[in-house]
Design a protein around this ligand. Structure first.
Ligand SMILES: Cc1cc2nc3c(=O)[nH]c(=O)nc-3n(C[C@H](O)[C@H](O)[C@H](O)COP(=O)(O)OP(=O)(O)OC[C@H]3O[C@@H](n4cnc5c(N)ncnc54)[C@H](O)[C@@H]3O)c2cc1C
Length: 432
């Protein structure tokens, strides 16, 4: 492979000492022909031109946590943005922060903490800015502040033809619309301008609740979250517990006021038989910690799918218990969404799921081509509506229809074609 001069020293090929830590993603071991490490937008343009000239498969990688594993490939070129990880407060009064796509969310939380600012992102500090902020961003503060994309004010994008475009409300608003939820198909986003929030300490509780076979504890959890103060966001993981299940609940309350934390969390102790509980105040970066930072070497092979529920009926709860506790035993995670997520009109961004209250995510390890996952998910498949791109490991037409339903999907297809007529960035969706 020839090396463009602009990227000298920043092309990593097999045999290079750096290759083993750059070839793979979190879920997938891969063998690309080259990993390119641009350090600015001009170098991203050079890297993209080089990849296109070679006519090889192309992957774009920010943090490498994408569940499909498509941020690497076998025999192709990876544009890895990890060297573009600057975080800069542009305007403290307006709370506008410029974040480069290759930063990890732990680095963002750490850089903003001295300013008393934060950006609600996800639950894991090693996830990259680029993948999450082009898909949605369901974080620890999601009911209070909405999705990460709801706070993006501008994006700097390298398009397939090598032009560098700034998209904001006044310039290229269609591009900004697509970046906010369907950004992986329009180009390479090199940086985002995001309106951060004023936040220092938060309340944090860990609660373990026994789940009855009918799943009534889960229904009570969802019922409470439908009306709970927005400061409260929760994530639930269902774990085996003898012959039944335990719901391991992480509750985050977006306030440092202990009385409000207690009042928000206390009803969760009544949804079922509480086995354990513990609460504390913590600085926000402790949740999206730099302790999470690690190289991605294919350490977590898995298949993942998801769907959303508006309310939770007894039948929905029983289906979730069946998926988690049945013969195929998917790992089930649930996130309370709703709240501020649902303040945003469904057509305002490419993330259209603005009326649902719960995200249900199912993962199978090892992946087994998804057979076990599909079997476990069957009780839920017809009950959920829509899907979040960030927790879908098998892109393709059927996933596209669920992630981008109806008019949103029509507009995403149109804009992907407009900004990337040759389908350089959409190949993985295999759309007709
Ligand atoms: C352990 C774990 C925890 C997670 N927790 C959460 C969570 O709490 N909340 C949540 O919302 N999501 C969560 N996710 C999902 C996560 O948001 C997505 O997997 C996201 O795509 C990861 O971003 P990344 O940059 O690390 O991924 P990468 O693997 O680098 O990229 C994934 C895909 O995104 C696209 N992409 C990446 N960077 C760019 C860019 N700069 N421009 C355009 N397209 C790009 C590419 O198509 C790429 O294949 C989690 C995933 C994992 C594995």
């Amino acid at each position: 492979m020839t090396s463009p001069a602009a990227l000298r020293g920043r092309i990593v090929v097999p045999g290079d000492d750096r290759y083993h830590l750059l070839r793979s993603t979190y879920t997938t071991v891969a063998r690309p022909a080259a990993v390119l490490l641009p350090e600015n937008a001009e170098e991203v343009v050079a890297a993209l031109r080089h990849a296109r000239e070679q006519g090889l498969p192309l992957s774009v990688r920010s943090g490498g946590h994408g569940l499909s594993g498509r941020s690497s490939n076998d025999g192709g070129v990876v544009i890895d943005l990890s060297a573009m990880n600057r975080v800069e407060v542009l305007d403290r009064a307006a709370r506008i922060v410029r974040v480069e796509a290759g930063a990890r969310w732990a680095q963002v939380a750490q850089a903003l903490a001295p300013y008393g600012l934060a950006i609600s992102s996800g639950d894991h500090g090693n996830v990259g800015v680029g993948g999450l902020a082009t898909g949605g961003g369901i974080g620890w503060l999601v009911r209070r502040y909405g999705l990460t994309i709801d706070h993006i004010r501008a994006a700097e994008v390298v398009l397939a033809d090598g032009t560098v475009v700034r998209a904001d409300a006044d310039h290229e608003p269609d591009l900004l619309w697509a970046v906010r939820g369907a950004g992986s198909g329009v180009g390479i986003v090199v940086a985002f301008e995001i309106e951060a929030i004023e936040l220092r300490d938060i309340g944090y509780a860990q609660i373990a609740v026994e789940v009855d076979r009918g799943g009534r504890a889960l229904r009570r959890w969802a019922d409470y979250l439908a009306e709970a103060p927005r400061e409260l966001s929760t994530a639930v993981t269902l774990l085996p517990h003898g012959r039944s299940l335990v719901a391991s609940i992480t509750a985050v309350v977006a306030t440092a006021d202990e009385r409000r934390v207690r009042a928000a969390v206390e009803p969760l102790l009544r949804i079922g038989n509480t086995l354990d509980q513990h609460a504390q105040l913590a600085p926000y970066p402790a949740l999206v910690s730099t302790a999470h930072l690690h190289a991605n070497v294919g350490q977590q092979p898995s298949t993942t799918t998801n769907g959303l529920l508006t309310g939770m009926t007894d039948e929905d709860a029983a289906a979730i218990v069946a998926a988690a506790g049945g013969r195929h035993q998917a790992l089930i995670n649930m996130r309370s969404v709703g709240g501020a997520v649902n303040d945003v009109p469904a057509d305002a961004t490419a993330y259209a799921h603005r009326h649902q209250g719960t995200l249900v995510v199912a993962t199978a390890f090892p992946p087994q081509r998804g057979v076990a996952l599909d079997a476990a998910w069957r009780p839920l498949a017809d009950r959920v509506e829509g899907a979040y791109v960030g927790f879908e490991s098998r892109p393709g037409e059927s996933a596209f229809e669920r992630v981008y339903p109806g008019a949103t999907g029509d507009r995403v297809r149109r804009l992907w074609k407009r900004y990337d007529p040759d389908g350089v960035f959409q190949a993985l969706w295999r759309l007709p």
